[in-house]
Write a protein that binds this ligand. Structure first.
Ligand code: FES
Ligand code: FES
Length: 171
């Protein structure tokens, strides 16, 4: 079996029913997909398979043989982050970061599909992604901003995001 991982073709030697999550983390040393519930309920393990968000804990690697798999590392580099990665940083949309790789790849897929800054649509796109640290306000604002703006200053924090921290959630 093989997959195209973030643009590179890699051969897989794990047994076919091994979860894609285990293959990514333990065979290929790609640790951004996180081990959360391992039951399809938290979204921490999400990657893109042929551009569509997929829970890797529930996906046998044989089911993605030949597919293009994109993890958060594949969206951009440290020197050239994708728009949604920049926006998450600028809007302080992560705390511990455990849920963040899954959130970011799903948000990226939403935006690539023409997603807008409609908050309800963003909530729907991120449904099933659980963040244990924070409210979802800044995450949703980061995605909404990325729908209307292509670059963000990652050395500063969006004013509304810090206001929310201080004011307890109202904008
Ligand atoms: S670890 Fe896969 S959905 Fe929670
Ligand atoms: S930032 Fe910690 S779980 Fe979401």
């Amino acid at each position: 079996m093989n997959i195209e991982l973030n643009g590179d073709t890699v051969e897989i030697f794990s047994p076919p029913l091994t979860s894609l999550l285990t293959v990514l983390r333990e065979e290929l040393d790609v640790t951004s997909p996180k081990v959360g519930c391992e039951a399809g309920g938290c979204g921490a393990c999400t990657v893109l398979v042929d551009g569509t968000p997929r829970r890797t804990c529930l996906t046998p690697v044989a089911a993605v043989d030949g597919a293009a798999v994109t993890t958060v590392e594949g969206l951009g580099t440290a020197d050239n982050l994708s728009t949604v990665q920049q926006s998450f940083i600028h809007h302080h949309a992560a705390q511990c970061g455990f849920c963040t790789p899954g959130m970011v790849v799903s948000a990226g897929a939403y935006l690539d599909a023409g997603g807008t800054d409609d908050r309800k649509a963003i909530q729907e796109a991120l449904r099933g992604h659980v963040c244990r640290c924070t409210g979802y306000y800044k995450i949703i604002e980061a995605v909404a901003a990325a729908a209307t703006q292509s670059r963000f200053d990652t050395t500063t924090t969006a004013e509304d995001a810090s206001t929310v921290v201080l004011s307890g959630g109202s904008s």
